[in-house]
Design a protein around this ligand. Structure first.
Ligand code: 16G
Ligand code: ZN
Length: 532
């Protein structure tokens, strides 16, 4: 039974007296040395959340994704494998900032009262973590909270973030007619690899894909998955797989490095014709790249993946004779203007723009029959609505030509992680499409040419004064600043620029794009000066 005294008495005290914790876009994230107290509170919150949802399994993932090795973080996963409901982020923040047992007890009471929680409902919480050296200690802190709160807990050990999301969904649908998969790591590999094999059946395998795993959890997991798949259908070479040497995680490698610096990791030598991709530290992001004929670096980011996926799926749906199913794409303001133009004018699919952060994209994507969502940074997935799924599964081919597209659509619904963006699943999706089309990266890249773009980080005295509207594309505060930005932007060919406060760092980000590299850099620099 629920013992509030135990929760109060076993509290882990704040590591730093004045530290202010905030549950943001990526959960709690900071230097690892202040997070022990937070883990304890997160355990309490996960327990209450499970009780509130009639004992459904809640997930806890300990990771700081692409951030430096000395950072860590934690986020909660709701029963269907989605991010924690936004209304509960406030409770997370309140709990984390409770400095003593008394205050903690009060916040717990408040959450119970506001949500009419029956504390006697048994709670189930599962958790997993990435390769960071701080994880073992943080796991212990989490476990002490789960013990105090009386939750039934399962430690799933080292996992990628998307695997934990998958496991939560599986556990909550196990035995129902909405079953998502076998709730084990092996179940995850089997589901993905058999779907991949089915999607590429009869097609010639592509050349080896070189995968930079950011010296993170993606490396051992990808290696494990490859045991389930024949080398006749997929060949990968795993790079940056050192998860034991201190200081290597995300250092000069990984998806964030490649996207931000628009260059190949220094320890990777790339030859014309070779195919590369990079995961981030918890394997929920992926970007692809190659060297063009003239040797120049070419990035295929989240926008390019969205375009590839949307075009392929729209085509399959049409060929299968079920074009009642509509494909839509969700982007953020960071999407390259050329990609939005391509989706709208060439593919003629509806495109929505939402605020940065997976939860915003995910929820918008749920509004479409098939919702393709990707952030330019390489985080994303494709969601099939329950109705679309039913239609796809219930449709019988009326002509022989409709057979293959139908089988492939079904394979894609199994292949694509329905809970969150997943580097391993997205990698297989891209490879499945390219295998079917027998396309090189160069051919994929031909869909459109990115406008030159620049992202600048500006450290300001208070980033909270920057308030935006219109999916972060316009500032409402500080008053007058947007007019100045607009006046600047008007001077550049195809110019576009926006400013927003980061949700993960104490800084403001300036994005700019324009027709040429020189104009882009100039615009970014001038807008940054306005902000500073
Ligand atoms: C978080 C978000 C990511 C977003 C990034 C933006 C999740 C799980 N992650 O990492 O989607 O792109 O924040 O960071 O939502 P920023 O606010 O510092 O620009
Ligand atoms: Zn990540």
């Amino acid at each position: 039974s629920f013992d509030k005294e135990a929760i109060k008495n076993n509290i882990i005290f704040h590591e730093k007296e004045d530290f202010k914790y905030t549950y943001g876009t990526a959960g709690f994230r900071s230097k690892a040395d202040v997070l022990g107290s937070v883990m304890y509170k997160v355990a309490v919150l996960a327990t209450l959340r499970s009780k509130k949802l009639c004992g459904a399994t809640i997930g806890v993932m300990i990771t700081a994704s692409h951030n430096p090795e000395e950072d860590n973080g934690v986020k909660l996963v709701d029963p269907r494998g989605e991010m924690l409901e936004q209304a509960w982020e406030v409770y997370a923040t309140k709990l984390a900032n409770a400095k003593d047992g008394e205050t903690l007890g009060q916040v717990v009471d408040e959450i119970i009262a506001q949500n009419k929680i029956d504390v006697e409902t048994p709670a189930k919480v599962i958790y997993a973590y990435d390769t960071r050296p701080s994880c073992p200690h943080l796991v212990k802190c989490l476990e002490s909270g789960l013990k105090a709160a009386g939750a039934k807990e399962t430690n799933f050990g080292l996992k990628t973030t998307p695997m934990l999301h998958y496991l939560v969904r599986c556990l909550n649908t196990d035995g129902t007619n909405d079953a998502y998969g076998e709730p084990t790591e092996e179940g995850y590999y089997k589901k993905l690899t058999s779907a991949f094999s089915s999607a590429v059946k009869g097609k010639t395998r592509l050349s080896t894909l070189h995968v930079d795993c950011a010296n993170g959890v993606g490396a051992p997991k990808l290696r494990e998955m490859m045991k389930y798949i024949s080398s006749d259908v997929l060949s990968v070479e795993i790079l940056n797989d050192d998860i034991t040497t201190l200081g290597k995680l995300n250092s000069n490698c990984g998806a964030d490095y490649v996207k931000t610096n628009q260059r190949v990791p220094p320890n990777v030598s790339i030859a014309v014709g070779d195919r590369y991709c990079s995961f981030d530290g918890d394997a929920d992001r992926i970007v692809f790249y190659y060297a063009a004929e003239n040797g120049s670096f070419r990035l295929l980011d989240g926008d390019k993946i969205a375009g590839l996926a949307a075009a392929f799926i729209a085509e399959l749906v049409k060929e299968a004779g079920i074009d009642s199913i509509k494909v839509g794409v969700v982007q953020t303001a960071y999407a390259n203007g050329s990609s939005t133009n391509y989706l709208t004018n060439n593919l003629k699919v509806p495109v929505s723009c939402v605020s940065t952060g997976v939860k915003h994209l995910h929820h918008e994507a749920e509004k479409y029959d098939v919702g393709v969502y990707f952030e330019a940074n390489g985080h994303g997935t494709v969601l099939f609505s329950p109705a679309a799924l039913n239609t796809i599964k219930a449709t019988e081919a009326k002509t022989p030509a409709q057979k293959l597209p139908l089988t492939q659509l079904i394979a894609l619904t199994e292949l694509i992680n329905q809970t969150v963006g997943d580097a391993i699943s997205d990698m297989l999706l891209v490879e499945a499409i390219l295998t079917n089309r027998q396309w090189s990266f160069g051919e994929w890249d031909q869909a459109y040419t990115d406008l030159p773009n620049r992202l600048v980080k500006v450290v300001v005295s208070d980033r909270h004064i920057f308030k935006t509207t219109n999916a972060e594309r316009q500032l409402v505060e500080p008053a007058g600043l947007q007019n100045e930005i607009d006046a600047l932007v008007a001077k550049y060919t195809n110019g576009r620029s926006f400013v927003r406060a980061s949700g993960t760092e104490d800084a403001v980000r300036v994005y700019a794009e324009a027709a040429t590299r020189a104009e882009t850099d100039d615009l970014a620099f001038k807008v940054a000066q306005l902000v500073y």
